[in-house]
Design a protein around this ligand. Structure first.
Ligand code: NAP
Length: 313
């Protein structure tokens, strides 16, 4: 028989939004339960140096998330290492089924499931995932010591990953489909000064190729977006850094979504169209997507939930 637990506030997700909601909801004496999901700590656990978290000139992403978890726990948040597999928002109390079999019922739900890495969608990318193709330089960069690496993308993530990978690689080729990066200027300056990085403008990856036994990458074929010219770039590692998509599968048929999957909230709040359901962080934010803005929204969601529960009582 499945175990059922009731909580006033159920927080789903464990990035900056989730843990901050945990801190605030705990301090409001709401005794929240936070379900961490597949990747406790979220996207920041796959980055290295974070230089824009106020109060820390430099902090390692995984360390920051360990501290946030400890902070929420210290305030009284019940942090559960489990995965919500389905969520019923059609009636109150809301019901969440989890991977462990425990069923949670909740008066209010704060959705903080964040976003995850996007892929190019090539068959050959899929074939070599985990065997030379990766979306996480922090996790896998170490395997490519002294080797050539390709990074795909033109945003902050791509530039940060390219810079980080120069710690291991003999050469990093950044492949971007335009001739302008959307990364912050400070990162672009570092990229331009790094002698190990070459940037290939106006190019898109057509194919990842390699060996079958053992399975491993040998390079990529890229196509010039204007001339159609195909160039072969030898590489043992290919890091895809082309952005993220919101993790809204749990609620996609129950809540209004915008911009390709982000949960819609009322302007200036975290309220969704369902009273008692709140959304915070990258799951709802298509524009800013920063740790600090996510944390801010986590705070807002806990305050919105507190108000909602007080009104019900
Ligand atoms: P992003 O800013 O959305 O950039 C994605 C990049 O990938 C863009 O350059 C885009 O090209 C390219 N791209 C997208 N789809 C592609 C495709 N199918 N083929 C080839 N290229 C493709 O994503 P992000 O870099 O992951 O950053 C996400 C958010 O997190 C941003 O708000 C960013 O500022 C933030 N972030 C911040 C930090 C930091 O502050 N330290 C670190 C990492 C991320 P186009 O430019 O042509 O569109």
């Amino acid at each position: 028989m499945s175990d059922t637990r009731h909580t006033k506030v159920l927080i789903i997700g464990s990035g900056p939004a989730g843990y901050t909601a945990g801190v605030y909801a705990s301090r409001a004496m709401l005794e929240p339960v936070l379900i961490q999901g597949m990747e406790p700590g979220g996207q920041l656990t796959t980055t290295t140096e974070v230089e824009n978290w106020p109060g820390d000139t430099e902090v390692q992403g995984p360390d920051l998330m360990v501290r946030m978890e400890a902070h929420a726990k210290a305030m009284g948040c019940d942090i559960v290492n489990d995965l919500v597999t389905s969520l019923d928002l059609s009636k109150r109390p809301f019901t969440a089924q989890t991977d462990s079999g425990t069923v949670y019922t909740a008066d209010a739900v704060i959705l903080c499931t964040g976003a995850r890495a996007k892929w190019l969608g090539l068959d050959t990318e899929e074939k070599f995932k985990g065997f030379g193709v990766s979306a996480c330089a922090t996790c896998d960069g170490f395997f490519y010591r002294g080797m050539e690496i390709v990074v795909v993308g033109g945003g902050n993530t791509a530039v940060e990953e390219a810079l980080f990978l120069t710690n291991f690689a003999s050469k990093v080729t950044l492949v971007h489909r335009r001739d302008e990066l959307r990364a912050e200027k400070i990162l672009i300056n570092r990229l331009e000064k790094n002698p190990k990085i070459e940037t290939l403008w106006f190019n898109e990856v057509q194919e990842v190729y390699g060996t079958d036994s053992p399975l491993g990458v040998e390079g990529v074929k890229v196509k010039h977006t204007k001339t159609g010219e195909i160039t072969d770039i030898p590489a043992k590692g290919v890091f895809i850094a082309i952005g993220h998509a919101p993790a809204s599968e749990l609620v996609k048929d129950q809540l209004e979504l915008h911009s390709g999957g982000y949960v819609s909230v009322e302007a200036g709040s975290t309220r969704t169209a369902i009273p008692g359901v709140f959304a915070a962080g990258d799951l709802t934010d298509h524009t800013y997507r920063q740790a600090v803005t996510s944390a801010g929204m986590g705070c807002m969601a806990a305050l919105d939930a507190e108000k909602f529960i007080a009104e019900q009582e």
